[in-house]
Design a protein around this ligand. Structure first.
Ligand code: NAD
Length: 453
């Protein structure tokens, strides 16, 4: 079988490697550096920044750890350098993988000639199946001033020359909050302006409220229910005007980060020419990630939905299984996600609000990091966890089945994985309660919540 993959992000390149292992002849085409948004201008460089931010936060607590009269100089150029090295090392790793047996990597812009043929720089490539994995791009607001030079996206902020003294972040979604948290640690005065009434609109509201408080304690100002109207260059800096409860407010900043969502790159290839159905929200796919054109699949951000690297990868596995006729056990509805703020937040599965809205009775069990020995030893008392389990009479679920987990606190992104694993096996609260957790570990916050009933 010959497979063409358009896009070499975590959806495209992981699928290429997995397909080649099955003996499929793969051609992968990329018009940008391999690794896509995640590796080059998303998850990885951001996490490199996060680590620098974390070290600075620890140093700021120096006296707590017996470090008195500590003095240091923060060299932002070295932060950029380290970030670039991390990205480069991983990019070389991906290039190595794509140089493996059975894979041809082509740099260039792909377009469809017909439903079985793709053209790159005049060269025609034929495939039995084609996967579109063209990703997404940062959205902007249609407001005056959105195109000013100092109004930047999550891509440009990763290569910013110096730490802005005043940073205004538009949007308290995942990207907005991660950069708000990072640049606060780097020394900026940070103000976040969010349109919805709570931060992280798609997360558990209880979690969002508590995380907002925790970020507030660090001095990150977050204004919710506030719609940005315009940005203007003034002698004092960029003036961001927003409307809240019919009143107008202003923030003055040196840089403005536009973090109001991402849009699927549906215009990256000529989809309409081969009759592929799509909307501005993404390419339309079935449960196997196949488009309306047989043999053409789409995975990752370009399909809309969860815009997460790991989702793209597993959607690729689903598409691969569909084209080879092999079974696929991947449950694409159980998706752990993390927000790398300080403290971190993470979630998997259903929220309490979602289940209540659907009329499904649930029970919620909570615990707090401040009651966890390891968290206190680490001086990380801030955090909370909520487990959502099926309540009495929840139709379609086992009694006490674990339906979701929502938490914030140190290492939340790692802690949530356990619940994701258990949810994949439809584990119940009682089954979870019998699992021994090592002591003292942060993971015990989960068993504390489970035993709180
Ligand atoms: P998002 O959709 O998560 O958040 C955008 C926010 O902007 C929303 O809260 C929205 O209400 C707000 N907004 C919209 N218009 C506004 C206005 N006029 N004024 C003020 N606020 C406004 O989008 P994002 O944070 O840009 O992230 C994009 C995608 O990338 C998401 O799907 C996210 O999950 C993904 N991502 C994930 C990670 C991670 O997993 N750690 C990291 C970065 C990005």
């Amino acid at each position: 079988m010959k497979l063409i993959i358009i896009g070499a992000g975590p959806g495209g390149y992981e699928t290429a490697v997995a397909a080649a292992k099955k003996g499929i002849e793969v051609t992968i085409i990329s018009d940008g550096p391999v690794g896509g948004t995640c590796l080059n201008e998303g998850c990885i460089p951001t996490k490199s920044f996060c680590r620098n931010a974390e070290v600075l936060e620890d140093l700021a607590k120096g006296e707590t750890f017996g470090l008195e009269n500590l003095s240091y100089r923060f060299d932002f150029q070295k932060v950029l350098c380290r970030k670039n090295q991390v990205v480069e090392q991983l990019r070389q790793g991906v290039e190595f993988l794509l140089g493996g047996k059975g894979i041809t990597l082509i740099h260039g812009k792909a377009s469809f000639k017909d439903a079985k043929t793709v053209v790159v720089d005049g060269k025609e490539i034929a495939g039995d199946n084609i996967i579109i994995a063209t990703g997404s791009y940062s959205a902007s607001l249609p407001i005056p001033g959105a195109d000013l030079a100092d109004v930047i996206t999550s891509k440009e902020i990763l290569d910013i020359e110096e730490v802005p003294q005043r940073l205004c972040v538009i949007g308290a979604g995942v990207i907005g909050l991660e950069f708000a948290s990072i640049f606060k640690s780097f020394g900026s005065d940070v103000k976040v302006v969010e349109f919805c009434k709570e931060i992280l609109p798609r997360f558990d509201t209880d979690l969002a409220k508590r995380l907002k408080q925790a970020l507030g304690k660090r001095g990150i100002e977050i204004e919710t229910s506030a719609g940005v109207q315009s940005i203007e260059k003034t002698s004092a800096g960029l003036k961001v005007t927003y409307l809240k409860k019919e009143q107008t407010f202003e923030v003055i900043a040196d840089k403005v980060l536009m973090a109001v969502g991402r849009r699927p790159s549906v215009n990256a290839v000529n989809l309409a020419d081969v009759g592929i159905e799509f909307t501005p929200k993404g390419i339309v796919v079935d449960k196997d990630m196949q488009t309306n054109v047989p043999g053409i699949y789409a995975i990752g951000d370009v399909t809309g939905g969860y815009m997460l690297a790991h989702v793209a990868t597993f959607q690729g596995m689903r598409a691969l299984a569909a084209m080879t006729g092999e079974p696929c056990d991947v449950d694409l509805s159980i998706v752990p996600a993390a927000v790398f703020t300080n403290p971190e937040a993470a979630c998997v599965g259903k929220t309490e609000d979602e289940m209540k809205a659907a009329g499904v009775p649930v029970k919620c069990l909570k615990s707090f990091f401040r009651a966890n020995g390891k968290a206190l030893s680490m001086d990380e008392p801030e955090g909370f966890v909520k487990l959502v389990v099926a309540g009495d009479g929840a139709e379609g679920y086992k009694p006490g089945q674990i339906l979701g987990c929502h938490l914030f606190g140190a290492h939340s992104a790692d802690i949530v994985q356990e619940i994701a694993a258990l949810m994949n096996h439809q584990a119940t609260l009682e089954e979870f309660k019998s699992i021994i957790h090592a002591h003292p570990t942060l993971g015990e916050v989960l068993s504390s919540a489970a035993h709180s009933a």
